[in-house]
Write a protein that binds this ligand. Sequence first.
Ligand SMILES: Cc1cc2nc3c(=O)[nH]c(=O)nc-3n(C[C@H](O)[C@H](O)[C@H](O)COP(=O)(O)OP(=O)(O)OC[C@H]3O[C@@H](n4cnc5c(N)ncnc54)[C@H](O)[C@@H]3O)c2cc1C
Length: 241
Amino acid sequence: MQISGSIFPFFLLAFILVSGASSAADKNIDFLECLTLQFQKSNSESDSIYTPQNASYSSVLQSSIRNLRPASNSPRRPFVIITPEHESQIQAAIYCSKKHGIQLKVRSGGHDYEGLSYISETPFVIVDMRNLRSISIDTEKNTAWIQTGATLGELYYTIAEKSKTLAFTAGVCPTVGVGGHFSGGGYGMMSRKHGIAADHIIDAKLIDANGQIRDRESMGEDLFWAIRGGGGTSFGIVGCI
Ligand SMILES: Cc1cc2nc3c(=O)[nH]c(=O)nc-3n(C[C@H](O)[C@H](O)[C@H](O)COP(=O)(O)OP(=O)(O)OC[C@H]3O[C@@H](n4cnc5c(N)ncnc54)[C@H](O)[C@@H]3O)c2cc1C
């Protein structure tokens, strides 16, 4: 009697765990199917999608992680990493994560001290901006458009190639990403005189939770103010700035 009394709750518990795990797995599969379909609709290559079964998954995941502690203590890894090459792929990721209730993390340079761009306690996917890193500089107007997957080092290098007199005030570490850095502030060697990076942002393209691409005018001044210091990830995915 004592033995069967202790076995029964064990089976009950085991059933609940297995049942919960399979519904989470179903959600993940639904998300992946949704993403593949959306990519097909926009004629996108699905080689921008990495699952743990993909041979490059681990190297893509670890490539920009600067603080290994949060990653090694994290209970889970992303079940998909998306490396968009076009804004439509970001829109697809947002659409499918909303539809299937999956948490979406954005990563630019991966330098978040707490690993916020690549760890989570709930099932999640990463949109990694690594392939969106073009920098276009207008030396007549002294302005630039920078895709947020670029690093500070790439920005400084490109400015120096174009001009011996222009510069941009931002952080000192060349591998920090523009996406997290500019949307969080950006303090560096020139800040005493010129302020922080966010002070010099004059426009941005933000993809919001509905997948709409907003610029400064269409997002409004309040939101534009918020993404220059409040951290972009609370408001959408900053595509370029
Ligand atoms: C070695 C090192 C040196 C540093 N040096 C400086 C310095 O000199 N000056 C300074 O001010 N700071 C410095 N920092 C801090 C750094 O600026 C911040 O951690 C910054 O948020 C990192 O941006 P990231 O894109 O590299 O990081 P990520 O980890 O990719 O992102 C950081 C946060 O921003 C979000 N995010 C990233 N990209 C986007 C996007 N496109 N749209 C919306 N949200 C986005 C992420 O989800 C995450 O929450 C340094 C950090 C490290 C590790």
